[in-house]
Design a binder for this molecule. Sequence first.
Ligand SMILES: Cc1cc2nc3c(=O)[nH]c(=O)nc-3n(C[C@H](O)[C@H](O)[C@H](O)COP(=O)(O)OP(=O)(O)OC[C@H]3O[C@@H](n4cnc5c(N)ncnc54)[C@H](O)[C@@H]3O)c2cc1C
Length: 550
Amino acid sequence: MNAPLPADFATHEVSNQVPRLENWNLYAGDPALREAVARDGAGEADAWLLARGAELGSAEMIAQGEAANRVPPLLRLFDAGGRRRDEVEFHPAYHELMAYLKRHGASAGPWAEPGRGAHVRRAAFIMMYAQVDAGTMCPTTMTYAVVPSITRDPALAAEWLPRIYSRDYDPRFLPAGQKRGVTLGMGMTEKQGGSDVRANTTRAEPLGNREYRIVGHKWFFSAPMCDAFLILAQAPGGLSCFFLPRFTPDGGINGIRIQRLKDKLGDKSNASSEVEFAGARAWLVGEEGRGIPIILEMGTWCRLDCALGTAGLIRGAVAQAVHHAHHRAAFGRQLADQPLMRNVLADLALEAEAATALALRLARAFDSDADVSESLLRRLLTPAAKYWICKRGPGVGAEAMEVLGGNGYVEDGPLARIYRQMPLNSIWEGSGNVMCLDVLRAIGRDARCVDALAAELAPAFGRNAAFDAFASRLTGDLARPALAEGESRRLTQRIALAVQGALLVRFAPEPVAEAFCASRLAGSDFSGGAFGNLPGNVDLAAIIARARPA
Ligand SMILES: Cc1cc2nc3c(=O)[nH]c(=O)nc-3n(C[C@H](O)[C@H](O)[C@H](O)COP(=O)(O)OP(=O)(O)OC[C@H]3O[C@@H](n4cnc5c(N)ncnc54)[C@H](O)[C@@H]3O)c2cc1C
């Protein structure tokens, strides 16, 4: 038994500390997301998403996300007898989370069970899941994104798609044929360059029958415990795409040598590695010399998830901030009642509204790819949305953290982890500048992208003068014959803001739309500076109430 405390033992009442935000429904409590799902074609998934929202907001799920990040993965290069294994060990919570994602179709649901709104439904799920853990999203996204590329190769598709589509997560380190389900990754980035993949030096020597021997390295190779990877390597006919399984067909461990795991700023639950290929066996996908378009198709689907993941993180950060401000008092009043804090909260909430609307609209374009206009819009909007949503993420993370004061900066709460995660989606799978150059490329290759954008903006005209002026200027500028590379960040930002504005003007409550247009579209180009600069006539109360987790 503990001895009683001495009478003069310093003790105190704990007061004014905020209850953890848990056991709430991430879907029911996010009207911006729920409304976007309905208008973007996945309204039939409402009950399904409500069930996921409750699970993802539960204390148990939040604890699993924390545990998977507190204990990072461990590289086990050798077995006890000194034989090479190249295995990565994860905390059990990581496996639980991966199983959850697989079970609910995050890695292949829309492919295995296609239908109206299938990608939007998954997109909403991903946005909520990102608030629990981002690291497990990495192999999940890559597995989802690889399907269109693999589908192009009938032999690969026949062998691998059933295992990719499986709802079973099977983490055992075994040949894929012995497993109930698989995950896939990708390897492009080398030491000498990631954005410019044409600089890849990894070599592929033909062995006959589309089989090659791969010698070289990859500098970033995430989720190395995946069962197979699409990689780029130089074949005799030029840079080509290869399918590289962890095990060779005879059941031996393939020559993928993990050198070390990256010591990253965030993304702690996920293993990202450096690897060397020591004569690994791989199979050509497509034709020699045509590797970039094939792997970029995978990259395009990853970019959608970058936008979705960061939109989810933004919503998570804003929910935490709004929740905190309603439970914490300073100078005799709740933070949420302090005029200046209300301005900050409402401004953050606008960012979550806009990111959610844009990310889900983008997902709809992926759902409706058979429609030419949607396909053109998707081509332009994918890099623009990835660029702008991911660029806004770190700023939102920092400001939301500051709403929590010192508690925001420590690892007891989620804000520190969200903040450290934020920059990654901006860097990965095409960094900011590369996205902006891709916007120019899209317009240069097919000017009908601009028509598709104009068609997307048209129904929003006539409701808000600031939007009308902003969108007219943009479409006018896009019609100019030569768009300057050095100004393509500004142009890309304006495209994303215009689509966000159009969506909010058409579909969001008036206070949200008015405040967004007044703060982001009116006057000279939005500088994206500090939050909390909304003009005085904005209905802060309505915006904050809508963003409050309930
Ligand atoms: C945690 C993590 C996981 C990753 N996982 C993987 C993975 O699984 N597989 C994989 O293949 N890669 C992976 N990557 C690598 C990532 O995709 C690259 O880091 C990224 O593409 C940038 O390449 P780089 O690092 O070589 O930078 P660089 O290509 O050197 O670019 C540096 C900067 O220059 C800019 N830049 C490049 N070209 C131009 C230009 N023409 N004009 C103006 N600016 C330009 C870029 O935007 C960037 O800001 C991962 C990265 C991280 C951080």
